[in-house]
Design a protein around this ligand. Structure first.
Ligand code: ATP
Ligand code: MG
Ligand code: MG
Length: 553
């Protein structure tokens, strides 16, 4: 087949492929295990798993582990965990390294077909041969190695793998013999194999040469009989080399389709770039809530369903647009809104004495856990003479349009039958900040409906006192510019105020009821998961018995 022809028309290859798959859709999600997954991967997962599921097909999780220098097995585990967290289960977990022997054979075959050669130019000469650096392209020239005899390349490539190559050892690579006259840079004799000296986490020191993405990816798709090779749109130009290589080897060619990668404003995605930010110490790690790794989102309490709803709301196009963080947050909020019980939280507490209430006054205020959903139930919180409100709900002077508390103004306390009116206040001598507010409880019945209701918590020692929160962390975007990658140095774009720590916030006592419920529902979920796992295990054992295979492992 020539590039541009439908790769599936060879009847023999098509029949083999159909025999292998039974004609179903087969996709794969292919992360490189060089970091943890991020929200962009949630999109890739939704697309690959979603497309297969929609068509009654299957999706593999394939670790693209072709570079032992950057990959670690901890990332494999974390990736699988994140995939499962998003609620999908790979049909099978595979590794590019499973196919190293077959890929090596493919490389030898490619050389035999005179479609690849060992090149011993150094990296700079390769760039010059390709017409120079991007943006200042000159003429492209073939190096002397390009025309070396097939036998010589076969011999040298074997020597590369065996470690017996002496001359030009350091720079030797295997290059595909593509088409230097083609306008597409992906056709300019891409590197297929290069040396890597670190042992591979799975294959140890078995290999000295490792395939590149351009060589391995399409052939792994072939070996797994992938039907739809879905990838992000920066690989559009790679489609030509993808098909070139499969055709050069005369093997089944999956069809590559591209979609636009997810970009979020004011942050960076991409494992390698995220590594840089984490290593700089600006954030505390992969689960720092300021980055958009799935671990971090999980830690922030973003449910996986909300992540999926968000990526699905963006649709699948090839357009790459940067999405504002506010849009993500809005999606999460609207997912959580009907599902989350509410608490009152006073971030920066200011003491309020309700002077006309007796010292031993206690009224239990029943309040719904959700403002619109009575089914969530209620909790009860005490109202006493001493309460705390948030500093931001009080002003020393009222103004037009200001609705909350100020001297002489009346405001409602959420769920409390009557409002309070501010009589006076005190400021702290050292800071000048408001330290104590004095109010009156307006239970005489003549007061108008207050214009606003504010949050509050009451002092009621010892058992039903508000919960003191040692540290509350308020997060803002990590980058001050919408496109940090557009900056010369991403570290210049860091937002100095991405984390604000508030000490001594107060949480209403309904917290204990909620903690209890959360605990119970977690226990319920765990029970369900265990029973599902047991059932699945029983099914596998039964199936294995039927096939006569051992059930061990
Ligand atoms: P690296 O920095 O190592 O390239 P990466 O974040 O780009 O990391 P990959 O392992 O290269 O992750 O990508 C795995 C799969 O996820 C690929 O199919 C890739 O196209 C897809 N993917 C990666 N980032 C995004 C994104 N932002 N939006 C959608 N898909 C993505
Ligand atoms: Mg990569
Ligand atoms: Mg990538």
């Amino acid at each position: 087949h020539k590039p541009g022809e439908n790769p599936q028309t060879d009847p023999r290859l098509r029949d083999e492929h159909l025999a292998a798959t039974g004609g179903i859709v087969v996709t794969r999600f292919p992360p490189e295990p060089n970091g943890h997954l991020h929200i962009g991967h949630a999109k890739a997962i939704a697309i690959n798993f979603g497309y297969a599921k929609h068509h009654g097909g299957i999706c593999y999780l394939r670790y693209d582990d072709t570079n032992p220098e950057t990959e670690k097995t901890v990332y494999n585990d974390s990736i699988l965990e994140s995939v499962r967290w998003l609620g999908v289960e790979p049909h099978r977990v595979t590794y590019a390294s499973d196919y190293f022997a077959q890929l090596y054979e493919f490389a030898m075959e490619l050389i035999r077909r005179d479609k690849a050669y060992v090149c011993q130019c150094d990296a700079e000469d390769i760039i010059i041969g390709r017409g120079g650096k991007r943006g200042e392209l000159g003429p492209r020239t073939a190096c002397t190695h390009r025309s070396r005899p097939v036998e010589e390349s076969l011999h040298l490539f074997r020597q590369m793998q065996e470690g017996t190559l002496e001359q030009g050892f350091a720079t030797a690579v295997l290059r595909m013999k593509q088409d230097l006259d083609d306008p597409n840079p992906q056709m300019w004799d891409l590197v297929a194999y290069r040396f890597r000296s670190k042992p591979h986490p799975r294959t140890g020191t078995r290999w000295r040469v490792y395939p590149t993405y351009d060589f391995a990816h399409c052939l792994c798709d072939t070996l797994e009989n992938i039907t739809h090779s879905l990838c992000t749109s920066e690989f559009i130009t790679s489609r030509q080399s993808y098909e070139w290589l499969c055709h050069a080897l005369d093997v089944y060619t999956a069809r590559q389709y591209e979609y636009g990668r997810l970009l979020l404003a004011n942050t960076i995605l991409g494992k390698r770039k995220m590594h840089r930010v984490i290593e700089s110490g600006i954030v505390t790690g992969w689960d720092d809530p300021r980055i958009y790794s799935l671990k971090a989102l999980r830690r922030r309490g973003v449910p996986p369903e909300a992540v999926l709803e968000f990526v699905q709301s963006l649709g699948v196009t090839t357009a790459i647009t940067s999405i504002e963080l506010a849009r993500f947050e809005e999606a999460v909020r609207s997912y959580l809104e009907p599902r989350s019980p509410r608490l009152m939280v006073i971030l920066r507490p200011v003491k309020v004495t309700i002077e006309n209430l007796p010292c031993d006054f206690i009224m239990m205020v029943h309040r719904p856990l959700h403002p619109k959903d009575p089914a969530m139930g209620t909790t009860s919180v005490p109202l006493t003479r001493t309460i705390y409100i948030d500093a931001s709900d009080f002003r020393t002077e009222s103004a037009d349009g200001y609705l909350r508390l100020a001297p002489g103004k009346t405001v409602g306390l959420l769920y409390v039958p009557h409002p309070i009116t501010c009589i006076s206040f005190k400021t702290a001598e050292d800071t000048g900040e408001v330290s104590h507010i004095f109010c009156r409880y307006e239970d005489s019945g003549v007061n108008p409906e207050p214009e606003a209701y504010i949050q509050w918590v009451a002092e009621h020692p010892p058992s039903r006192s508000p919960v003191r929160v040692d540290e509350t962390r308020l997060y803002n975007p990590l980058f001050a510019t919408t496109e940090p990658l557009g900056c010369e140095d991403i570290f210049e774009a860091i937002n100095e105020n991405s984390l604000e720590v508030v000490r001594g916030a107060l949480l209403d006592v309904g917290f204990w009821d909620m903690a209890q419920r959360t605990f119970e529902s977690a226990r319920e979920n765990a029970r369900e998961r265990i029973s599902r796992t047991n059932k699945a295990r029983a099914r596998i054992v039964a199936a294995q018995r039927q096939n006569g295979t051992s059930a061990s492992g």
